[in-house]
Design a protein around this ligand. Structure first.
Ligand SMILES: C[S@@+](CC[C@H](N)C(=O)[O-])C[C@H]1O[C@@H](n2cnc3c(N)ncnc32)[C@H](O)[C@@H]1O
Length: 210
């Protein structure tokens, strides 16, 4: 899929952010889950998202519990499951989770979250992985502490999102969260930036710990 088409799908999603709506379940107006899935799973995405390199950079332990928060169709969840003990694919969209669950490996479970609550058990996760999702979450100041509570001692939050500048893929610039804003939001939730990977041209890739 061409970048313009990806923008066409990601753009309308951002209406939710503009309205700061917590109650609207249809976060991709005008697009079916199937259409959205087609975009997320587009093989052309691999060239800039570099999922294999991203996962290798995480140096996952084979016993690790990973929550893929905002998992969508499981683009990352399936790949994470090859390197982790257990992967929880968490999303607010049941239809996308059903796509993730289809043919999933035994160590991949789906979890239906609420828009304002990831519904992860306290101290249950080693790595919370969040890719291209943060800008969809309203009231993040209240949301991030819930994510932090889900971390086991020594756990981390991994955040990948689009740089706040024009890039070939991604949502309109005004809806993006800059790298520095993200670092500040995580600091407010009690997390420090521990590692920063520079392998993605259009996105920042950050690891946070307590
Ligand atoms: C652009 S997609 C990214 C999907 C996946 N992370 C990937 O990289 O392929 C954004 C995903 O975030 C999910 N999402 C939106 N708001 C959410 C929320 N408050 N909590 C959890 N997931 C959310 C959407 O349903 C969608 O699947």
């Amino acid at each position: 899929m061409k970048a313009a088409a990806l923008l066409g799908v990601l753009g309308p999603l951002l209406l939710t952010d503009v309205a700061f709506s917590q109650a609207k379940p249809d976060h991709h107006p005008g697009h079916s889950a199937e259409h959205y899935a087609h975009t997320l799973e587009d093989p052309g995405r691999d060239a800039w998202q570099r999922p294999h390199e991203v996962i290798m950079a995480l140096k996952l332990r084979p016993t690790e519990v990973v929550a893929d928060l905002g998992a969508g169709t499981g683009y990352f969840s399936r790949r994470l499951a090859r390197h982790a003990g257990k992967v929880l694919a968490v999303d607010v969209d049941e239809k996308l989770l059903a796509i993730t669950a289809k043919g999933a490996p035994k160590n991949l479970e789906t979890l239906l979250a609420a828009l304002d609550n990831p519904r992860l058990a306290p101290a249950s996760v080693d790595t919370v992985f969040i890719c291209d999702v943060a800008h969809h979450i309203a009231n993040r100041a209240a949301y991030w502490p819930q994510v932090v509570k889900a971390l086991k001692p020594g756990g981390r939050v991994v955040l990948i999102d689009f740089e706040k500048r024009a890039t070939a893929a991604g949502p309109a610039v005004e809806y993006r969260i800059s790298r520095d804003e993200m670092v500040a939001e995580m600091a407010a939730a009690g997390l420090k930036l521990k590692r920063e990977h520079k392998m993605l041209d259009q996105q920042y890739f950050l690891e946070f710990e307590r």
